[in-house]
Structures are given as structure tokens and as C-alpha cells.
Ligand binder design. Structure first.
Ligand SMILES: Nc1ncnc2c1ncn2[C@@H]1O[C@H](COP(=O)(O)OP(=O)(O)O)[C@@H](O)[C@H]1O
Ligand SMILES: [Mg+2]
Length: 254
């Protein structure tokens, strides 16, 4: 399955001329200045580009955390502009799994209860939620740490908990914004191996990164510049075109 994409694979995400303008006082900042792109099921995409180029804004729009100022966004064929706030929240919970650089875990809850949080909005009963959360915890290799609280876990383990939480609803799309940014390079590589496994299992993944190693693992690399898609290439072509430049820019690990 991995690495092979039929042109008949259904379109998961379709962005058509998306703009996102922020107003700060009298100033208007075009964080996205007309982005069009399409993502099919089981793609593995790295999003790169300098700070301020619009990567996080793009992820937030795709993840329905933020509405575009203009343009059409279709998620699984449905026009998000036509959804009200409750419908958007529902779609976000059911279809999108988010992973952030800073993990964003609830400090007083165990790993298992953190992972179970998105299930609170589902109709599943307590026992079913417990079961699904445990499955997700095991999937990320933390079956023996499920009772631990975040402060009893290493950075890599915390990020695994966050990934399990993102996966617990079996989302159509996993969005990760610089997921290895707070991890040392060895731990970061372990997280990337987990992404590889998830992709091989059919998961669609979009990951923002400064790390050329991530871009090399992904199948497609989108480079942002000044709120626009600067290039969008299969990862081998991207490496041939930008490789040397990227390596000299360095990774984002501490
Ligand atoms: N909430 C916000 N309010 C005002 N400006 C913002 C906001 N979020 C992002 N921006 C601006 O939009 C641009 C793109 O930001 P962002 O998407 O965070 O870039 P990146 O993730 O590539 O660093 C930047 O100029 C940033 O300052
Ligand atoms: Mg960002």
C-alpha cells in the first residue's frame, strides 16, 4: 500500500485559492496568499519553508482550527465554508488528528486518560473508550506506561501519547506541526519511524518540519514561501533540487 498511489484514490483535501489575512491594528498580514493543493488518502507530505512563510496557518486551516478569509476548502468532498461552528468542531474531532511541537498534554491526567479525551465527544461508553484508548497507546509502543502522567514521561514518550491521542478517533488525516522540534535527534528519529509505520498502515500524514531527514522520509514535499506554495514535488525530486541547500540550513533539534 505505502508508496503506491492510484490516480483513482479519492481526494481527501482540496484547497482552491485559499487566502488567510490577519489584521493586527491597521496592518493586514497575508499569512496565506492564494494556496491551491490537493491531497489524496495515504499521502505522506512534508511541509517546509522559512519561519513566517505560512506553514502553521496552512495546517490550522486544513485542520479546521481556523477558517480561511477567502477560497474554497473541501474536506472529503464537503465544502467547509458551508459548515457551522458545531459541524466544524465535529469534523475536526472525527477527521483530523493534531500533533504539536509542545505536546499539549493535560498534566494531571494519565497517558491513557489523555489519549481518551477526544472520545468524550463520541457516543462510546466508558468501557469502549477505555478499550480504544488502550489500543492507541499500544500502537505507539507505550503499553507499559499508560498509567504515567506527562511529568513521569520523557519528551519522546510524551509525543507518543500526543500521537496516540491524535489517532484514537482514526482520523482521515494526521497533521503534525514540527513534532520533533522539542526532541533530541535520536528520539526524533524514533518518532519518525512511528510515522513511517503509520503511513505503511494506510494513515495520511502531513508534517511541518525544518528537518531534511523528515522531508526525505515523506513521499511529497511542499515548500512554502510568503504565504504561497513555492514548490510541490515528489521527495526524491525535491532532494535533487533543494538537497544541498537544505542540509546547510541545519535541522531543528536542540
Ligand atoms: N494569529 C495571528 N495574528 C496575526 N498574525 C499572524 C497570526 N498567526 C500568524 N500570523 C502571521 O502570519 C504569517 C505566517 O505565520 P505562520 O503560519 O505561523 O508561519 P510559519 O508556521 O511558517 O512560521 C507570519 O507573518 C505571522 O506573523
Ligand atoms: Mg509554524
Amino acid at each position: 500500500m505505502a508508496g503506491w498511489l492510484s490516480p483513482n484514490t479519492p481526494m481527501l483535501i482540496e484547497l482552491n485559492n485559499i487566502h488567510k489575512v490577519y489584521r493586527v491594528g491597521v496592518e493586514r498580514i497575508a499569512a496565506l496568499a492564494g494556496v491551491s493543493l490537493a491531497i489524496r488518502a495515504n499521502e505522506y507530505i512534508a511541509v517546509m519553508g522559512p519561519s513566517g512563510s505560512g506553514k502553521s496557518t496552512l495546517m490550522n486551516v486544513i485542520g479546521c482550527l481556523d477558517r480561511p478569509t477567502a477560497g474554497d476548502y473541501r474536506l472529503e468532498g464537503r465544502l467547509t465554508r458551508e459548515m457551522n461552528a458545531a459541524q466544524l468542531a465535529h469534523v475536526r474531532n472525527e477527521k483530523i488528528g493534531f500533533v504539536f511541537q509542545s505536546f499539549e498534554l493535560m498534566p494531571r491526567l494519565s497517558a491513557l486518560r489523555n489519549v481518551a479525551l477526544p472520545l468524550l465527544y463520541s457516543r462510546a461508553g466508558w468501557r469502549k473508550r477505555q478499550h480504544l484508548a488502550m489500543e492507541a497507546v499500544q500502537r505507539v509502543g507505550l503499553g507499559d506506561r499508560y498509567k504515567h502522567r506527562p511529568n513521569q514521561l520523557s519528551g519522546g514518550q510524551k509525543q507518543r501519547v500526543a500521537i496516540a491521542r491524535a489517532l484514537v478517533n482514526q482520523p482521515s488525516l494526521l497533521l503534525a506541526d514540527e513534532p520533533t522540534g522539542n526532541l533530541d535527534s535520536k528520539t526524533g528519529t524514533e518518532i519518525l519511524q512511528l510515522f513511517d509505520e503509520l503511513h505503511a498502515g494506510g494513515q495520511t500524514i502531513m508534517v511541518v518540519t525544518h528537518d531534511p531527514n523528515v522531508a526525505r522520509r515523506a513521499k511529497r514535499v511542499i515548500r512554502m514561501l510568503d504565504g504561497l506554495v513555492h514548490s510541490d514535488l515528489p521527495s526524491d525530486e525535491d532532494a535533487a533540487k533543494f538537497g544541498a541547500q537544505v542540509v546547510s540550513a541545519g535541522g531543528d533539534g536542540p
